[in-house]
Design a protein around this ligand. Structure first.
Ligand SMILES: NC(=O)c1ccc[n+]([C@@H]2O[C@H](COP(=O)([O-])OP(=O)(O)OC[C@H]3O[C@@H](n4cnc5c(N)ncnc54)[C@H](OP(=O)(O)O)[C@@H]3O)[C@@H](O)[C@H]2O)c1
Length: 258
């Protein structure tokens, strides 16, 4: 008797749509999923970085295309979703990675800055779910949606009055859509990293004092490297996670454990 264990993590031929594809975690996700045999649609606001990334993926033998679009603009997201459908015939995996943070004390941070943090993290994720969700449901072949949260979705931090609530809302969006789309066999989970070494967090790992402070709180004893993101991502993209939905998976070296 065989359980088909060898194929549990197989995502060959699946179509993955990734926003913020050219960022630190986005680049690893895009290259990693392409290496695993998925057809990847890269999306972001900057044509130059997307084109470069697409070139690297193709040179390594991967299948991909790119579409420029701002994840916070509804028309752009509609275009990206339409381009994915046109290029690859549908969508199997949605990973809206785009997001950013600008810490600041609530009493000083301009409202517009707070709104831009909420928009990049929450509105962009919402819009991709809204538009790609229509395709996933219409296709009637199930699907995997992986929302990008953060350990800050659960833990507060001074000067994070935009970022933490936005990521907390992403956790609840994952649970909400898990309930809404379960009947369509669409799994919706959130992946919550701690500090990974990317441009977003350079202000932390680039400062010896802040860096040491974080390290002390991570039982595994190191920050996340972008490649650490991949195992959880492939797991949540594949058959291996077919019975997991509405979960928040912490890729955090134990940061939230203690
Ligand atoms: N690195 C970490 O330690 C860490 C920890 C927890 C959670 N995360 C989350 O993981 C995701 C990726 O982070 P990262 O570390 O890869 O950061 P990154 O290297 O700075 O990349 C972020 C991506 O988001 C897009 N983006 C940035 N600001 C935006 C804005 N105002 N509006 C729309 N799109 C914007 C950028 O896309 P363009 O190409 O369009 O500029 C960029 O590719 C984010 O959602 C972040 O919150 C990261």
């Amino acid at each position: 008797m065989s359980f088909g264990v060898k194929d549990l993590f197989d995502i060959k031929g699946k179509v993955a749509l990734i926003s913020g594809a050219a960022g630190g975690l986005g680049t690893v996700a895009s290259k990693g999923l392409a290496e695993a045999g998925a057809k990847v649609m890269l999306s972001g606001r900057n044509e130059k970085t997307l084109k470069e990334l697409a070139g690297q993926i193709k040179q390594a033998g991967g299948a991909c295309d790119y579409c420029v679009g701002d994840p916070t603009t509804h028309e752009d997201v509609k275009n990206v979703v339409a381009a994915t459908k046109k290029a690859f015939g549908g969508i199997d995996i949605l990973i809206p990675i785009a997001g950013f943070n600008k810490p600041g004390p609530i009493i000083e941070q301009p409202l517009e800055e707070w709104q831009s943090i909420i928009a990049a993290n929450l509105k962009g994720t919402y819009l991709f779910c809204k538009e790609a969700g229509k395709v996933l449901i219409e296709q009637q072949r199930g699907g995997k949606v992986i929302l990008i949260s953060s350990t800050r979705s659960e833990l507060g931090m001074a000067n994070y009055s935009g970022y933490s609530p936005a990521k907390g809302a992403i956790n609840l969006l994952a649970k909400t859509l898990a309930a809404e789309w379960g009947p369509h066999k669409i799994n919706v989970n959130a992946l919550a990293p701690t500090v990974f070494r990317t441009p977003l967090t350079e202000w932390m790992w680039g400062d010896a004092k802040v860096y040491e402070n974080f390290l002390r709180r991570i039982p595994i004893g190191r920050l996340g490297e972008p490649e650490d993101f991949l195992g959880s991502l492939i797991f949540l993209s594949s058959k291996a996670s077919d019975f997991i939905t509405g979960a928040i998976l912490y890729a955090d070296g134990g940061y939230t454990a203690c």
